[in-house]
Unconditional design. Structure first.
Length: 142
C-alpha cells in the first residue's frame, strides 16, 4: 500500500505532524486514528462474512482477492496450480548461472512430443478469394 513512500517522505510527515498538532496532542491523534482504522477493518471483515453467508455454501471458499483483475486473469489463464502452457518445464530447464558464466549446459530431453502426422485443422473464414479479389472490409470491426 505504501511501497512507493521512502524514508525521507515518512520523516517529513512525522515532523509536519509534530509541528502542526504539537507533541501534546499527537499521541491522542495517533490513538484515535488507529481506533478508526480498526473499526474500518472490522466493518470490512463483517461485510465479507455477510456476503459469503448470503452467497450460500457453494461459495464458502470464495476469495475476494480473485476480484482483482490481475489475479483473475492469471487464475483463468494458468489455472489454480496447473501449468497448461508448460512454462514450469521451460523455467526448470534454463540454468541462469551457467548461461551467464558461458559454460555449456546439457540439452534437456523434451517431456512432450508433437504429432506431425495429422494435418492441421484449417481455419475456415468463408469461401476462398479469387485472384486479385480484395477481402471484405468491415468498418465497425476496426
Amino acid at each position: 500500500m505504501f511501497g512507493d513512500i521512502g524514508g525521507l517522505e515518512v520523516l517529513t510527515i512525522v515532523v509536519m505532524a509534530i509541528v502542526i498538532f504539537g507533541p501534546d496532542k499527537l499521541p491522542k491523534l495517533i490513538q484515535d486514528t488507529m481506533g478508526f482504522i480498526r473499526k474500518i477493518r472490522s466493518f470490512a471483515d463483517s461485510a465479507k462474512e455477510d456476503i459469503r453467508s448470503e452467497l450460500g455454501p457453494e461459495f464458502q471458499n470464495f476469495d475476494f482477492e480473485d476480484l482483482n483483475p490481475k489475479t483473475f486473469v492469471r487464475k483463468q489463464l494458468l489455472g489454480d496450480g496447473e501449468d497448461p502452457l508448460g512454462l514450469k518445464d521451460l523455467k526448470d530447464s534454463v540454468d541462469l548461472k551457467s548461461a551467464l558464466n558461458g559454460t555449456p549446459t546439457p540439452t534437456p530431453t523434451p517431456t512432450a512430443s508433437v504429432d506431425f502426422s495429422k494435418p492441421a485443422a484449417a481455419a475456415s473464414a468463408g469461401p476462398a478469394l479469387a485472384a486479385g479479389e480484395r477481402p471484405p472490409f468491415d468498418p465497425d470491426a476496426t
